[in-house]
Design a binder for this molecule. Sequence first.
Ligand SMILES: [Cu+2]
Length: 179
Amino acid sequence: MLAGCAAGPTPPTPPISPGTATSPREVNVILKDYQYIPDGLDLVPGETVLFHFVNGGLAVHEAIIGDMATQEAWEEAEALHADPPPGPTPVVTVPVGLEGFRVVVESGERKDVRWTVPTEIPSPLILGCHIPGHWARGMQAPIRLVVAGQSPATVTSTPSPRAAGTPAPIATTAPPDVP
Ligand SMILES: [Cu+2]
């Protein structure tokens, strides 16, 4: 049940009990024109989740989980089919190794998909949609890796897709005073 007028800061997410192969953790993701709800996912490396993807928008959307290389591969591949001729939806592929996790959801459709989060995640994962134009319109969300049994405050990575390519600010320390 929804709380009333939720003013103020978002309450902290409770600790996550990671899903298992026999008892996956259910994760709801709503796809809209042109955003995800929630606007970020908290996942525990190695856990099995059962996604419920619901497209509440008017356009077809997709949920692609992968690092920035995967996101860029799909962006490039799908841009080639930005204006397909009438007929079956074109089959789009990306190079082997860059596929990531991908689910396409039609308007009004719900897809339930089970997925086991990799245990080794060398670079930050992002949730993104690459139906032409959607990524640029902000259809992307960070994925935070959470330690099992702890709140997402204990994150091991917090990617910021929109800031990708922007170098992190360099911490500077004042030179010591010379006596
Ligand atoms: Cu989309």
